[in-house]
Design a protein. Structure first.
Length: 256
């Protein structure tokens, strides 16, 4: 039997395959997501509600570690489990869950957490667009504390145009006016504890107090935060064990 001849040595050095480029923040997507189809939250009522891990929150949020209502009480226990990865799933699974919601269903994204980031302080526009597309035919809404930089503004405006309502969350009435002037999204604002009557911004815009905050309704029977073209700003009186710190942020920034 003939012996196989050895391959001649050409003197060429085998080229190393280039290393794959490091994954971007978005490709890693460090966030975890969870959806409950029927919320037991008294303020939302029995609607679908999601939670996103705490690493989705922008560093600039004035309430982060400083009175955020989701950092205490029963919601905090659930949020920690989602943030630790003990509960929830990846973004693609979240989109699948949303796409199975009934047509015209009202649902709230992020009872805790914020939009998916591409980098700290930067909204992942692609992921937000995918979320808005999964929402098609449904009435999803959320709030964001991400700063309205030009890139974030474009992402938020696009989501609202696609039918997914993203509210800009302001920390003072002056900031609420500035956000409303952008014309890209409806606006909500934190208010001092116990405020139950409508008020106005310095520019004269009407601020109505969230009916769920006063116990007069819930999200299911109100739905105003889902209305993208509303003229009024929705106000949320500081609440929870950190209400005093939230109010301090409101009063401190308002006096500047």
């Amino acid at each position: 039997m003939a012996r196989a001849q050895a391959r001649p040595n050409t003197g060429r050095v085998p080229q190393r395959r280039p290393d794959r480029a490091p994954k971007t923040f978005a490709e890693r997507d460090p966030c975890t997501y969870h959806l409950v189809h029927v919320s037991r939250n008294r303020k939302t009522g029995p609607i679908p509600v999601t939670t996103t891990s705490a690493n989705s929150c922008p560093p600039s949020c004035g309430f982060k570690g400083n009175g955020c209502y989701a950092e205490s009480g029963p919601l905090a226990i659930h949020w920690r489990q989602v943030s630790d990865g003990r509960r929830g799933y990846a973004f693609d699974e979240l989109l699948q869950e949303i796409s199975t919601l009934r047509r015209h269903a009202l649902w709230r994204h992020n009872q805790a957490g914020d939009l998916t980031p591409e980098a700290p302080g930067v909204i992942d526009a692609r992921q937000l667009t995918r979320l808005a597309m999964a929402n098609r035919g449904r009435r999803g809404f959320t709030y964001t504390h991400y700063p309205p930089t030009p890139a974030n503004q474009a992402a938020i405006l696009n989501a609202n145009r696609l039918g997914f309502t993203v509210n800009l969350s302001a920390e003072t009435l002056v900031q609420a006016d500035a956000y409303a002037d952008l014309g890209i999204a409806p606006v909500v604002v934190v208010l001092p504890q116990g405020l139950a009557k409508p008020t106005q911004t310095p520019a004269g815009r009407q601020v109505i107090v969230c009916p769920a905050s006063t116990g007069n309704s819930d999200c299911l029977n109100c739905g105003i935060c889902q209305q993208r073209d509303r003229a009024s700003i929705v106000g949320f009186p500081a609440h929870g064990s950190g209400a005093g710190r939230v109010q301090a942020v409101f009063l401190g920034k308002s006096s500047r």
